[in-house]
Design a binder for this molecule. Structure first.
Ligand SMILES: Cc1cc2nc3c(=O)[nH]c(=O)nc-3n(C[C@H](O)[C@H](O)[C@H](O)COP(=O)(O)OP(=O)(O)OC[C@H]3O[C@@H](n4cnc5c(N)ncnc54)[C@H](O)[C@@H]3O)c2cc1C
Length: 173
């Protein structure tokens, strides 16, 4: 859409050449979504084990036995490794050393001054040169406005202490 059309939605827009309008965009409560998915799969017989940090894996007679740090165990014919930034580490427990994870730190900042009322849309994305994903101004379900995310590649999946952009209030996201 043209800059004039975009300003109908966001009157506080600064310099704007053109904009993309996504009428089907939306927000969801991620915790409630995961809760609903959990209830659905439990109804279908799925069993969850929490506090089960995989520490060792052994294969015998076509079955895997996984042991947790606390000594608990579970068996399975097939294992799906979905340990996120830890997945290469978990893969090594299964004897595979060919994966490497490149952790990327993303930080949020909460807009705390009167400008938090300047954005009308649930999610306003602004392309910027410094970040491939651009900057999102997102209205949380709580009503807070956050600016996100930064993208900093790290050597290890550990956030450096005290990281936050100048003047921003870190949300811990
Ligand atoms: C600041 C930020 C903002 C983001 N915003 C968005 C967004 O708006 N939209 C989007 O689509 N994505 C977003 N992402 C990316 C998204 O969060 C990740 O891509 C996604 O969570 C990865 O999912 P995953 O299941 O692979 O890993 P994770 O969600 O990290 O899950 C891995 C799980 O494995 C568990 N685990 C680790 N080691 C072990 C072990 N040894 N044994 C057992 N369990 C283990 C962990 O406890 C964790 O529960 C964002 C990420 C960040 C950091």
């Amino acid at each position: 859409m043209s800059a004039e059309e975009a300003r109908v939605h966001e009157p506080h827009l600064g310099r704007c050449l053109a904009a993309l309008w996504s009428p089907n965009g939306g927000r969801l409560d991620a915790a409630r979504l995961v809760g609903a998915l959990e209830r659905e799969v439990v109804d279908r017989g799925v069993e969850f084990r929490f506090d089960f940090s995989v520490d060792a894996a052994e294969r015998s007679h076509g079955r895997w036995t996984l042991r947790s740090v606390s000594g608990a165990s579970v068996e399975g014919r097939q294992i799906v490794n979905s340990a996120g930034v830890e997945s290469a580490h978990v893969a090594r427990r299964f004897g595979s050393t060919r994966f490497r994870i490149y952790p990327c730190l993303g930080e949020y900042a909460k807009v705390t001054n009167e400008k938090r009322e300047w954005v009308s849309l649930d999610d306003l994305r602004i392309p910027v040169r410094v970040s491939r994903v651009g900057v999102h101004l997102t209205r949380l379900l709580s009503g807070e406005l956050i600016s996100r995310p930064t993208a900093t590649y790290l050597d290890a999946a550990v956030a450096p202490a005290g990281r936050s952009p100048p003047g921003a209030v870190p949300t811990g996201g």
